[in-house]
Structure formats: C-alpha cells, structure tokens
Design a protein around this ligand. Structure first.
Ligand code: SF4
Length: 209
C-alpha cells in the first residue's frame, strides 16, 4: 500500500468514526477523537480514551499528558509528527471513568484497522488499560514494562501512562524514557528482530479476543 493509499484509508475510517453511534459513549461526546499522526509511522502509541481536553479539541493527548509525551519523544530523538497516536475508545467516557467492556468491543474495530493501516514496527501501550487489552494479561504495568513482546509481526512495548508520570515524578519519567529507547531500538532493527507474524487480514478484528 502506498503512503497516499494509507492516508486516504485512514481519512475514510476517521469519517466513519466521526458519525459513529455504536456505543453509549456517543451520547455525551463533543468530538470523536479518532487518532492523529504520521500514517507511515514506525512507532504507534495507544492510550485509553479521550479526556476533557481531547474531547474538546478532537485530538489525542493534548493536555499536560500530551505535553509530557512530546517531551519524552524529544528525549529519544523523535517528534510527535513522526509517530501515530490513538486510543482504545474514541469517545470520552463520562467523568473519565474506565471504558466498559461493551464499549471497547464496539470500538476496537477502529483500532485494529488503524494498526493494520499504519503497520508500525512497535506499538507502545500507555498504561494498564491498553496493555491488558492487547497482550491479554492481567499483570500490571509496573511488571509488564521494561520489555518488548512479539505481537502479530511487530512488538508491543508497554509503558506507564503519562498521567502516572505526572503524578509520580522523575523516576516514572526515566522509566518511560527507557521504554521508548527500547521501542526505538526495535524500530532500527525491525527487519532482523521481529518474528514473522500471521498475515494481516481483515479478520484481525480477532486480534484482541
Ligand atoms: S467510543 Fe467508539 S464505538 Fe463508541 S460511539 Fe465512539 S467511536 Fe463509536
């Protein structure tokens, strides 16, 4: 797929999501926060769901968490326009509660399509929520982080959510930088280190089951 095809497919998917009423989260959203970034990114971030600022602006990670994420990227020699950022659910859960199982089930098709289209070498899951969803684990982020997990022809690199770093200070920031450095090494070595995964097919909707 060419870069233009990929960008066009993402735009189409975003248009579809912008009118989505598949789950109750559509009722109180201001905007659908589809995702943002480089359609050809080798590094993709997956958060949990939009917060208040994201809901208002229609972009992921635009508040203090977003500023920290940009700073972390700079520390590993990357910039935000180089990466792609999405969330597990595209509409803000009221009061920033956790997304519910039926809401995730309704929304995950968008995320699967985004991963397929962007086709990154490394997916960094931000916090417990996306880590548990992708890796089907109940192990907490503190134990999961610091390693890369082969996943469908690429690697998942779990790390803390930036909000955790804002709450807990420099130690967590340093651990996030270390995790991002691991992700950048994976990107640099992609052809030699990534285990061949199953072919990417539309039925990858099954990925998260
Ligand atoms: S959260 Fe996802 S499935 Fe639910 S309404 Fe928003 S876009 Fe649709």
């Amino acid at each position: 797929m060419t870069s233009e095809d990929r960008a066009a497919a993402l735009r189409l998917l975003q248009k579809e999501a912008s009118e989505c009423t598949r789950c109750r989260l559509h009722e109180r959203r201001t905007t659908v926060v589809f995702g943002d970034g480089n359609p050809d990114a080798e590094l993709m971030f997956i958060g949990e769901g939009p917060g208040q600022h994201e809901d208002e602006q229609g972009l992921p990670f635009v508040g203090r968490s977003g500023q920290l994420l940009s700073t972390l990227l700079e520390r590993v020699g990357l910039s935000r326009p180089e990466v792609y950022i999405a969330n597990v659910v595209k509409c803000r859960p009221p009061g920033n509660r956790d997304p519910r199982e039926d809401e995730i089930a309704s929304c995950k098709g968008y995320l699967v399509e985004q991963i397929k289209l962007v086709d990154p070498a490394a997916v960094v899951t931000l916090g417990n929520f996306s880590t548990k969803l992708l890796l089907k684990t109940q192990v907490g982020i503190t134990r999961m982080r610091g390693q890369a997990y082969p996943w469908w022809g690429r690697h998942v690199v779990p790390t803390f959510h930036p909000a955790a770093a804002l709450r807990n200070g420099p130690r967590v920031v340093d651990e996030m930088v270390s995790d991002l450095q691991l992700a950048t090494r994976i990107i640099a070595e992609r052809p030699s280190v990534v285990e061949p995964g199953p072919p990417v097919q539309p039925e990858q909707i099954e990925l998260f089951k």
